[in-house]
Design a binder for this molecule. Structure first.
Ligand code: F6P
Length: 486
């Protein structure tokens, strides 16, 4: 997000409003009390920032710092509207219900979800606050696009306040099958919250079908294909819009001279091994980091290659650090990396270079350019934009992508070395195939994947969603005010 000109201004109502848990920039207060802003983490911001930079819209979100009362301000042509949260709300709504209840539940119960009634109460309170902020800033008949699992009640709460709006919702993470979703004590409330939207978007069509089936079973509405028919005459559409990246911008970054130089430097610093493997993830237990590092170390241990031949760079950016499962994972990965390097490393040649840090986009691009084999092996992932960024960066049509079948991206990137992340031997076999592959085979695969990410970039994704939303009938037929945009 850089350091665009900022300043408080008299707030104008907007025709397009994004509502997301986080603003695209996080507020960082230094030890001397000075404030700076830096791009906030995660795929959601990477995907939406380029779309919104091209629009004159507003973005409502949390500024990444509890208790700060901030006025709306301008950033790169967009109005940013901070929504505040107390320390207790942060614990119960964000760390609790969002990330210790919904997150594991929606990711195949990879960790056990916790259900606490006070966390739910905080989720309702904070969702209400976001809905009120959106109701205040949206112009008559505006489009409001609500993002992700933290805000599933906002569509219905906002419709109560502003029936004139066209309301869209997009879920960036998986939506689980009925058998798992039904565990939630507040399952009906969550479904009814989402049904406040005119259009509910998911990464994959399977997720949209899970939602439609649940609405039929648990709320009792009539459904047909991708439509839900509400008793008041409103029709809600639920369908897939697979998210993507700014492909051209990423490729241009990868081709740029500073990134090229940095990539060469990275290879040299690692002693110019034959192959560099790379993993880039938030440090999250859904990402399958532990199993992938074990698979790599076993390939060395079994004698398929040495630490001089191949090395693994694993970037794991700190995430949700106070949530128990994340703390446990961090310790486990620390121990595993120490163990593997102690066992297999040589002086100046660790098997794994482990970086528990976040990096700017240019450094990520340099890592993509420097690496031969990108390893993306989540147990479950909504899409995984890192896989797409790697493909976009490989403008010479080389490099291999090892990709979990359970990442949304696997539905599009069929030419990747697909793996079941629960099957360590299968993963080893595919990593070894990628290591030994003929350049011709790599080029064939990469060319096909590059065509896919060039055709479906983030602009396409946003346009497809917004076009469907514009075509949707806003609100309750009898209460609708004339819409400014159609
Ligand atoms: O896409 C999943 C997501 O939770 C986004 O909503 C979020 O921006 C990103 O991952 C990073 O997570 P967090 O905001 O919890 O740091």
């Amino acid at each position: 997000m850089g350091t665009g000109r900022r300043g408080a201004k008299s707030v104008q109502r907007a025709d397009l409003v994004i509502v997301a848990n986080r603003l695209p920039v996080d507020r960082v207060v230094g030890p001397d009390g000075s404030t700076t802003w830096r791009r906030s983490p995660g795929g959601l911001v990477s995907a939406l920032a380029p779309v919104m930079n091209a629009q004159d819209g507003a973005w409502i979100g949390w500024p990444g710092d509890v208790s700060a009362e901030l006025e709306p301000f301008e950033n790169e042509g967009m109005t940013l509207v901070p929504v505040t949260m107390s320390a207790e709300e942060y614990e119960e709504y964000y760390e609790g219900f969002s990330n210790a209840t919904l997150w594991p539940l929606y990711h195949d119960v990879v960790a056990k979800p916790e259900f606490h009634r006070e966390w739910w109460d905080a989720y309702v309170t904070v969702n209400q606050r976001f809905a009120e902020a959106a109701a205040k800033i949206a112009a008559d008949g505006a489009m409001v696009w609500i993002q992700d699992y933290q805000l599933q009640l906002v569509p219905a709460l906002l419709r109560e306040l502003r029936p004139d709006l066209r309301i869209g919702f997009f879920l960036h993470i998986p939506f689980p099958p009925a058998e798992l979703f039904s565990q939630v004590p507040w399952r009906r409330e969550l479904l009814e919250g989402l049904l406040g939207a005119d259009l509910v978007g998911f990464q994959l069509s399977g997720a949209a079908q899970n939602f439609i089936r649940l609405v039929r079973q648990r709320v009792g509405h009539k459904t047909h294909r991708d439509s839900v028919y509400l008793p008041d005459g409103r029709v809600v559409t639920a369908k897939a819009f697979p998210i993507s990246i700014d492909t051209a911008q990423f490729e241009a970054l990868a081709r740029s001279e500073p990134v090229q130089e940095r990539a060469a430097q990275i290879r040299e610093d690692l002693g110019n091994p034959r192959r560099i493997f790379l993993g880039i993830d938030r440090l999250d237990y859904t990402k399958g980091i532990y199993a992938r590092l074990r698979a790599f170390s076993e390939l060395i241990h079994d004698g398929h290659f040495t630490v001089e031949d191949a090395t693994f760079i694993q970037v794991a950016s700190p995430s949700r650090e106070r949530v128990d499962q994340y703390r446990i994972l961090r310790d486990e990965i620390d121990r595993l990396v120490g163990h593997i390097n102690g066992d297999l490393g040589r002086i100046g040649r660790p098997a794994i270079s482990y970086l528990n840090a976040s990096f700017p986009q240019a450094e990520m691009a340099a890592l993509y350019v420097a690496s031969d084999i990108m390893v993306v092996t989540p147990f479950r992932d909504g899409m995984n934009l890192v896989a797409k960024e790697y493909v976009a960066s490989r403008y010479s049509d080389d490099g291999a992508l090892v990709l979990s079948e359970f990442a949304g991206a696997a539905e599009e990137l069929r030419q990747a070395y697909l793996v079941n992340p629960y099957d360590i031997n299968g993963m080893k076999a595919q990593m070894l195939d990628a290591y030994q592959a003929e350049p011709k085979d790599l080029t064939r695969r990469m060319k096909a994947m590059r065509r896919t990410v060039a055709e479906n970039d983030v602009e396409n994704w946003a346009n497809a969603f917004l076009a469907d939303l514009a075509a949707a009938r806003p609100g309750h037929a009898k209460q609708v005010k004339p819409a400014r945009r159609t």
